[in-house]
Design a protein around this ligand. Structure first.
Ligand SMILES: Nc1nc2c(ncn2[C@@H]2O[C@H](COP(=O)(O)OP(=O)(O)O)[C@@H](O)[C@H]2O)c(=O)[nH]1
Ligand SMILES: [Mg+2]
Length: 223
């Protein structure tokens, strides 16, 4: 995609998905009508790709496994000035994306969501604790005004790509924030709702093993 083919002012919502056929229809239905939905599938064994297409999304395949590989493939494939990233599990509301897009239009380089659980018990304690430790480090060492690792985020496509390739697995959100701090980006955080996933199963923080793997990825980034 050359820069001259980028649709100015438009927004692509990049949705990394592994086995999200159950939750995807609700997520895609809630995306603002004028936004493009782009599902990046790597390694799904369910109908994720077919369901995504049936509900109007463009589907991009990615050979390399991992959340970060999927997100970066989606941003590269996006043909719009702005890119948004959110999960395909229904835990975040796409209706909150325009608020983040506005922050970028108003001058932020990166607008990120701070997840606020809508119910007790939906954010496992080990994931929440790890998140708090990392967010503290991001504030103290990197000077970023964040209280979460930016699971939902909006930026200009060119801004995102300017950092070059980042972590390919769950270290990606953190690598992006560390890169943003290093590049002197203006990062703005605002509250977003965090809901139970709408179906399917967690690949990351839903199990102690998943959290352990993610923590390993995180530490590799912060080292
Ligand atoms: N394409 C792709 N998506 C992934 C991968 N791992 C996780 N995801 C997606 O990333 C999002 C967050 O993962 P999730 O399982 O909800 O993690 P949790 O919220 O920590 O439990 C979901 O949309 C997943 O489908 C992966 O390896 N490839
Ligand atoms: Mg989730």
């Amino acid at each position: 995609m050359t820069e001259s083919h980028i649709e100015q002012n438009a927004v692509t919502v990049v949705i990394p998905c592994r086995d999200e056929a159950e939750a995807l229809p609700g997520v895609l239905a809630a995306i603002p009508a004028e936004y493009h939905a782009l599902v990046v599938d790597n390694g799904s064994t369910d109908d994720t790709a077919a369901v995504a297409r049936a509900h109007g999304a463009t589907v991009v395949g990615e050979e390399r496994p991992g959340y970060g590989a999927a997100v970066q493939a989606g941003i590269t494939a996006a043909g719009t000035e702005f890119v948004a990233v959110l999960d395909g599990d229904g835990s975040m509301d796409p209706a909150e994306l325009p608020g983040l897009v506005e922050l970028v239009r108003a001058g932020a380089d990166l607008a990120v969501g701070r997840r606020r659980p809508t119910e007790a018990g939906i954010w496992p304690w080990h994931a929440r604790l790890g998140n708090q430790v990392i967010a503290h480090r991001l504030r103290s060492t990197y000077g970023l005004p964040v209280h979460d690792i930016a699971a939902m985020r909006v930026a200009r496509r060119a801004t995102m790509l300017s950092l070059g390739p980042l972590h390919q697995r769950s270290g990606y959100p953190l690598a992006l924030l560390v890169g943003a701090a290093g590049a002197g980006w203006r990062v703005v955080e605002r509250d977003i709702a965090y809901r139970p996933r709408a179906g399917g199963t967690s690949k990351v923080s839903g199990s102690a093993l998943g959290t352990l793997r993610a923590t390993k990825d995180f530490l590799a980034v912060l080292r």
